[in-house]
Design a protein around this ligand. Sequence first.
Ligand SMILES: [Zn+2]
Length: 254
Amino acid sequence: MLQSGIWQTNSSVISAGGAVLVVDPAYFPRELDAIAAAARAAGQVAAVAFTHGHWDHVMGHAALPDASVWLSSVLDRAIADDDPRAAQHLADARDFDGRWYVPRPHGHRWPTARRAVADGEALALGPLTVRALHLPGHSPDGLALRIGGALWCGDYLSPCEIPFVDDAAAYRATLARLRGELADAVEVIPGHGPRLTAAEARTICDEDLAYLDRLLAARDATAAAAIPLPRAADVPGMREHHAANCAKVGPPRP
Ligand SMILES: [Zn+2]
């Protein structure tokens, strides 16, 4: 696992029987060069996988141009249909890179060699089986990967941040599903932050379920705003994320 200088974004290089899968290669050019070198040293790069379409997870495929990209069928359709949300993710990356003078020699674009993955689908990586799960809630296009006891879950169960909610009911259902996966998982690799034991991930899962339940049950906007954050309360911007969650989920302002 390699970790980016931005938001502890995780990139994983998984090698099995000479076949290599790279999950969420991110983010800066120097980091992508290192990830590509590590992947090529580990074997034949069979695929890149996106856990979801947010800009900080999807720029690295250009560093591994021969690999096809596994992504949820939801994201694949959004890209194919020129959905405004897919366009916004590229615009967000362009904006960030422009602001911080980050060179992006291959441009800001989606991969053309895409492999849409269905919920519950099993894919082969050398001798291993990769099981895919659709995980909406943080975004409509979430994709978790399960290989043996290891679970890659994208932007859920991060020890660094609170839930960023797109659809609260879907987010809740996804956490319940992840809770089931954790029953026989050994380790969890979240999109951001250190890898977790299953027990640590379970704790985060329960905290996030409680947070969402309180958000969904809040009587009014004041009560929603007063809900304590499950973690990272001192991280700049996290209270704004909570306010965004309230605006999306909580009761209407009087
Ligand atoms: Zn995200």
